[in-house]
Design a protein around this ligand. Sequence first.
Ligand code: NI
Length: 193
Amino acid sequence: MGVGNCNALNPQAVWMYNLRMADLRFPIGEFIMPSSVTPQLRTAAITAIADMPARMREAVRGLSDAQLDTPYRPGGWTVRQVVHHVPDSHMNAFVRLKLALTEANPTVKPYDEKAFAELSDSRLPVNVSLGLLDALHARWIAVLSALTPHDFARPLYHPEIGAITIDYQVQTYGWHSRHHVAHITRLREREGW
Ligand code: NI
């Protein structure tokens, strides 16, 4: 059933369809910035980022090429594109973190994640990005683990989000690390893979 057909359906069916699509797209819910960030929330987010490469490796373990080329939801990225998207995103996050730590309120560069995911490197074997995540997260965690409470308040400016802090960034990528692994683990649960 395509979204374009929804006008012909009763409102209840459209509502149920939209709810199901939102659930598939946001398996752990959408990102919500906590109103105040405690040391415990910082630790939890950094732990989620640290654990992510191993969790992603486990999430795709044993999948065939045909399974890797299956969309995780109707109209969504394939499992392979999801795996390659994460280092696209996290390389940007790592650079933004280092800019925020070394410059005064830097403006960071947004990128078109959908267009990135259509470039030919998104068709590489997933092992390439799993190795990249191992190395990148080792570097990222080395920086995150050394942050002081003062550092977490350092500002950066994102043209699409507005004024944010390192705290906001860390919470975002703690969520993001769990979000994309869940796309794959939920697909495997639904498909019985
Ligand atoms: Ni993402």
